[in-house]
Design a protein around this ligand. Structure first.
Ligand code: GDP
Length: 423
């Protein structure tokens, strides 16, 4: 049974949580493969809204084994708090599996994230300051501590001592901060290790076996394509690989295991933090999207920048992820706009770019080329079939699919499960 990958096609916050929720009925494993608690899914459980940062949303379904795979970086304190919160709401977290190879976010990563952003001043990246970037940097520098180290006190202390010597020197001498105490960190982390021990597993082997025995596996990306470390709008990106290829690296599965790649795309575009955003609208339309779409960050509460749909970005996402279908979200938010604009290309220096320009300076300065489509006044939240959508909304959906060269398989018209238009 092949696996399915679900990725965001924009700068994150596309509504991946809802897409995962709908797919969950047909899945046995739901797997996070990159990022850390800088991501956030909003899910509804037992009539309550729940914000999950690390635990895959599959946790809400008793038939699903949620997995945090190798490519994720884990702040064990945050993970345990999230598990406690779920348990307090009567949700069993016993099935959660955590890869022994996943890297740990350590207290000095949090400290580094704070001080380095301050140091960058105006050039700051707008990180979530959860220590994610520094943890990935240490992973690449091969001085990271991993989940499996939590289960071996001697090794954990040895590794920590070596790393902390350097980190404390940097914190004190470069950033004028107080050094961190190895004993305190070891005490806390080894305690977390004891609690996490029953969940630690060889998740790559487990997923491989699951696929062999016909189980259905969903690999869910956090953030989005344009935030990918290699393929996003660098340096305003995250420190891992949300794109479909990252799902393979981050889980230890081979490319032949996957036959479906779903791109979750919002009917307009949002972006948190700094960086280029060619279709940003700071006028009335942007305000309508922000307010009707409730565009505030799940993790940081920051107001998201909003703008028109950008088919240049979607075409790019279709290519770098090898998308096989689209899941279009939040179409209902656009009701009430007399005209809706779709960016079909960028213009810069007398040239027209239908694909993402190869140099970031061009993306920064590019002017969007818009197609102007008719809007619709009707609310869409009650629509359950394509022919229940007003003709203008239907045309909009069709146009987006055509521009991307990928079929729109599902349209979401509200946060709840039922508010979905299939086919
Ligand atoms: P994610 O990280 O990609 O899951 O994105 P968010 O956590 O920002 O989720 C998007 C928000 O939009 C959540 O509060 C969802 O409940 C909500 N949402 C998802 N799909 C729709 C939709 O089709 N219409 C509306 N109005 N809200 C939606």
């Amino acid at each position: 049974m092949p696996a399915t990958i679900l990725v965001g096609t924009q700068w994150g916050d596309e509504g991946k949580g809802k897409a995962t929720d709908l797919l969950a009925d047909h899945m046995d494993h739901v797997v996070r493969y990159q990022g850390g608690n800088n991501a956030g899914h909003t899910v509804r459980a037992g009539g309550q809204t729940l914000k999950l940062h690390l635990v895959p949303s599959g946790i809400l379904y008793p038939h699903i084994t949620p997995v945090i795979a190798d490519g994720v970086v884990i702040d064990p304190k945050v993970l345990l708090e999230e598990m406690d919160e779920l348990a307090a709401r009567g949700i069993d977290t016993g099935r959660l599996l955590v890869s022994a190879n996943a890297h740990l976010v350590m207290p000095y990563h949090l400290e580094m994230d704070r001080v380095t952003e301050r140091y960058l001043g105006k050039a700051q990246l707008g990180t979530t300051k959860r220590g994610i970037g520094p943890a990935y940097a240490d992973k690449a520098a091969r001085i990271g501590l991993r989940v499996q180290d939590l289960t071996d006190e001697k090794i954990f202390r040895q590794k920590l001592e070596v790393v902390l010597k350097e980190k404390n020197a940097i914190l004190a001498k470069v950033y004028n901060r107080l050094p961190l105490d190895a004993e305190e960190i070891a005490g806390d982390y080894l305690g977390y290790g004891l609690r996490l021990a029953p969940h630690i597993a060889d998740t790559s082997a487990i997923l491989h076996q699951a696929l062999r025995s016909g189980r259905r596996v969903l690999l869910e990306g956090a953030q989005g394509t344009l935030l990918d470390l290699d393929h996003g709008t660098y340096p305003f990106v995250t420190s891992s690989n949300p794109v479909a290829g990252g799902a393979l690296v981050g889980t230890g599965l081979g490319p032949k295991e996957v036959d479906r790649v779903i791109g979750v795309t919002k009917a307009y575009v949002t972006r948190v933090g700094s960086g280029p955003f060619p279709t940003e609208d700071e006028g009335e339309a942007g305000t309508l999207m922000q307010e009707r779409g409730q565009e505030f960050g799940t993790t940081t509460g920051r107001r998201r920048r909003c703008g028109w749909f950008d088919a240049v970005l979607l075409r790019y996402a279709a290519r770098v992820n090898g998308l096989t279908e689209l899941f279009l979200t939040k179409l209902d938010v656009l009701s009430g706009l007399p005209r809706v604009k779709v960016c079909v290309a960028y213009r810069y220096g007398g040239q027209v770019f239908e694909d993402l320009p190869p140099h970031q300076s061009i993306i920064h300065r590019a002017e969007p080329v818009y197609e102007d489509l008719e809007g619709w006044g009707e609310e869409l939240t009650e629509a359950r079939a394509r022919d229940e959508l007003p003709p203008a909304a239907r045309k909009y959906v069709e146009r987006l699919g055509d521009l991307a060269g990928v079929p729109v398989a599902t349209v979401s018209v509200g946060p709840s499960r039922e508010q979905t238009v299939a086919g």
